[in-house]
Design a protein around this ligand. Structure first.
Ligand SMILES: [Zn+2]
Ligand SMILES: [Zn+2]
Ligand SMILES: [Zn+2]
Length: 286
């Protein structure tokens, strides 16, 4: 199977999920397919970069057009977003998202949070505040950056309910269970997320040994790979490849990609068997 194809690898009678692995606690979990859609796979400046005429930024290949990194988890009627960066509005429109139940933040950098003001249409339609799950430090930073939201209630402002989580918390929502994973973005501790057989990590430089048990045995790994050169706070391609080799997932996709990585076409359909650069719009069923 080409890993660029949409993959359907939900649980079957031959490969039952254990209670420990199951992201769903409802009795019909075996019948429910979870889907993750990569809404953006670019690094903080996006691809193309403003004003850049390099061969990647001038490529006409749709896989070389990368909005800022974000992912949508869909299970049944539930839509859960990971990160809301500067392209949030465009991503919601492009993916046709009509409602959003919650947002999980990985960390406070602008390319992961600065789109939060644009949750307003979801507030207006549901009449409810948006639940936003984040580390306490990240939640405090969101309060600071969007101070006007958290003051006296004024009609028309976004409404956010910030919920503090720690790496050892579990996010439970309508029978869905999501495990935060503590990872290091250089010196900054941030979160990734494991949902059943899938792990989503971005802006990762390393995973602390004490957290590795949470992602061991994951079938689908989405993890960041910035470009080819050394970077103090992001894994480069070789580091990401070595990380994938320690985890041995069935499929691995790289995200948070810089224009310096090269064109998608040059990088090949697969970098190694089962490992590829992700692209905007990639859907993974798991
Ligand atoms: Zn980032
Ligand atoms: Zn460029
Ligand atoms: Zn970052």
């Amino acid at each position: 199977m080409s890993i660029h194809a949409r993959t359907v690898t939900g649980p079957t009678h031959d490969s039952p999920l254990t209670t420990h692995d199951s992201p769903l606690t409802t009795h019909n979990s075996r019948l429910t397919i979870l889907k993750l859609t990569l809404l953006g796979t670019g690094t903080s400046q996006g691809v193309p970069v403003i004003g850049c005429g390099c061969r990647v930024c001038s490529s006409t290949d749709s896989r070389d057009k990368r909005l800022r990194s974000s992912a949508l988890i869909t299970v049944g009627h539930l839509n859960i977003l990971i990160d809301a960066g500067p392209d949030f509005r465009q991503q919601m429109l492009r993916a046709g998202v009509r409602h959003l139940d919650a947002i999980l933040l990985t960390h406070e950098h602008n390319d992961h949070v600065i789109g939060l003001d644009d949750i307003r249409p979801f507030n207006f339609r549901s009449g409810q505040p948006m639940r936003v799950f984040a580390l306490p430090r990240v939640a405090a930073e969101v309060r600071k950056r969007f101070e006007y939201i958290f003051g006296r209630p004024i009609p028309g402002l976004p409404r956010i309910e910030l919920i503090d989580i720690e790496p050892d918390s579990r996010v439970q929502m309508d029978g869905l269970s999501i495990q935060p994973v503590g990872v290091q973005h250089g010196k900054l501790p941030i979160l990734g997320y494991r949902i059943g057989d899938l792990t989503y990590l971005t802006d990762v430089k390393s995973v602390l040994p004490a957290e590795m048990h949470k992602i061991t045995g994951t079938k689908h790994l989405i993890t960041s790979a910035l470009h080819h050169d050394y970077h103090p706070t992001h894994m480069n391609l070789n580091e990401a490849l070595a990380f994938v080799e320690t985890l041995t997932p069935e499929y691995a996709w790289f995200t948070h990609i810089s224009h310096q990585m090269g064109r998608a076409e040059e990088m090949g359909t697969q970098i190694k068997p089962g490992i590829a650069l992700a692209y905007d719009g990639l859907e993974i069923d798991f």
